[in-house]
Design a binder for this molecule. Sequence first.
Ligand code: ATP
Ligand code: MG
Length: 362
Amino acid sequence: MIATGGNERTYRIAVIPGDGIGREVVPEGLRVLEAAARKFGFRLHLDEFDFASCDYYLKHNKMLPEDWKERIGSHDAIFFGAVGWPEKVPDHISLWGSLIQFRREFDQYANLRPVRLMPGIPCPLAGRAPGDIDFFVVRENTEGEYSSIGGSIFPGTHREVVIQETIMTRIGIDRILKFAFELAQKRPRKHLTSATKSNGISITMPYWDTRVEEMAKSFPDVTWDKYHIDILAAHFVLNPDRFNVVVASNLFGDILSDLGPACTGTIGIAPSGNINPERLFPSLFEPVHGSAPDIAGRGIANPVAQIWSGAMMLDHLGETEAGAAIVRAIEQVLPHKQLRTPDMGGTANTVTAGKAIADALT
Ligand code: ATP
Ligand code: MG
């Protein structure tokens, strides 16, 4: 936040639309954020950047300028659309050259994804109504199973052995657990579930479990349990009402944080935060979906995931009332078919849907 002459709170936001439908849904996200700023009496100072996009890559032969950290590192948050255009630039270049750099360099070790069934969205799980499914998946975003340590011995022979190590550190586990317990503590049910697999992965996962037990001692008001990842995934489908905050390693969290939103209907509404809880670096807020080249340019992309990501960003910045008001506006608009985009069985286009949510706020 930067101090201004008057009493108004001002936040500096780095806006990166990226590729494909990112460029269509980001303006709708900004429309709703600006409506929220007017209503709740704060200001947004928006700086838009064209890097972290495939067009930028085609012009400059790189995804980011040399000084990208200086250019966005002192902003209060990053509002990101989507990156990737596989026909022009392979995904391993576009994704690894941009978003993965942000997550690593800005130590955004907590990946936060709400899983909530919204009114008006048909639920793929039979007999579930809004209110039955409302929890968060917290994924460790920087270590664990996704290490590049390993290799192949006797490659190409019948004796070939391929090894890839899982790296878990006490610091890395403890900081994600602390984040998850604190989140659980703030929610009415004050319950946390840990994903494990200590019956099969016999070194790292039992260690993860002991760190959960240890961390729980600092949160006596939070109840907790643990499930092996296989049955945990089954319970997401069979008993989603059991969950409040679910914390998981990088791989398990990756899987659960796609499965969760899938249980609540369309990919077009799922938001996420890549968070540096210590606030040493900006956190990044983006939809779970990608750039959707198949529908880009047609004006029919669902803007809800981007708008909801904006609500998470405001919550992170301390504008909790404004964040909650955006989520309520989304809940008010979604039941109306004529205000929903085609992926949700409606007839609205991106702009109509975005405007309807902005109007519902004021
Ligand atoms: P990623 O870039 O994360 O790998 P992906 O390639 O898995 O993404 P997406 O770009 O998310 O896939 O698209 C998957 C499918 O979902 C596509 O058919 C796309 O049109 C659809 N889709 C994604 N986002 C939206 C949206 N906001 N509105 C409507 N449809 C969407
Ligand atoms: Mg893609």
